[in-house]
Design a binder for this molecule. Structure first.
Ligand code: ADP
Ligand code: MG
Length: 222
């Protein structure tokens, strides 16, 4: 039996800009099973990033229910939300978002509550980054930097990876190898993945493709 890792019930996110109201999310419903790999596609401004941000408790919805591993995020204290985010969710961003003044190893250790450089090195090694521990992000290629970001996202053994255009800054070869890494994580480690992408070749790695338009999912998947 697969549990539901991420559930949305009638989720809205409304921004007010002067007199104008923008529904970045307009009544989203979703139930993703443990071990699923979902791609989200859609035009710019359709609400994809907002969807990932509220899914990862980086932002709060205006209305509706979000459950992560059965826990309703709205009912948790700020401290419990932070703990859930840290323990269950790994983020990967388009522009890697590494700390430029910290080494590769330091970047990966950063989200750990208890520093464990052996574990960090093991994850880096598994991503082909042995020998790069003491480099600065600026000394690495884009593909390597994204691998460091993936290592950082994995350091607390999350159940869900949320990725916002993880291949958006990469050339075809690097994009493909990053997608291979994500697919292996999903298939071998059972990590659930939700990935926003503009790249049809990247989306093909997912088991299901959701299409977003005006703050909602259109029917129809892969
Ligand atoms: P996408 O990632 O699909 O390009 P976003 O989730 O970034 O879309 O944005 C969805 C809509 O919400 C857009 O119309 C955007 O302008 C608006 N929006 C996003 N963030 C904010 C914000 N902080 N304040 C006001 N409007 C926002
Ligand atoms: Mg976006």
């Amino acid at each position: 039996m697969n549990n539901t890792v991420l559930e949305f019930k009638n989720v809205w996110k409304t921004y007010t800009m002067g007199y104008e109201m923008i529904n970045a999310l307009a009544g989203l419903n979703l139930a993703l099973k443990e071990g699923s790999f979902t791609a989200v596609m859609g035009p710019s401004g359709s609400g994809k990033s907002t969807f990932l941000h509220v899914a990862g408790i980086l932002d709060i919805p205006s209305r509706g229910i979000i459950k992560i591993n059965g826990k309703e995020t709205k009912k948790l204290s700020a401290k419990e939300q932070a703990r859930l985010r840290r323990d269950e969710i790994g983020f990967i961003f388009q522009r890697f978002n590494l700390m430029s003044q910290l080494t590769v190893l330091e970047n990966v250790i950063l989200p750990m509550i208890k520093e464990d450089s052996r574990k960090a090195k093991k994850i880096l090694d598994s991503l082909g980054l042995n020998g790069k521990y003491n480099k600065l992000p600026g000394q690495l290629s884009g593909g390597e930097q994204q691998r460091v970001a993936i290592a950082r996202a994995l350091i607390n053994d999350p159940s869900i990876i949320l990725a916002d255009e993880p291949t958006g800054e990469l050339d075809t070869k690097n994009a493909d190898s990053i997608m291979q890494v994500l697919q292996d994580l999903n298939r071998k480690e059972g990590v659930s993945i939700v990935m926003v992408t503009h790249n049809p070749a990247s989306a093909e790695f997912a088991d299901e493709i959701l299409h977003m338009s005006d703050g909602n999912f259109l029917n129809g998947s892969k």
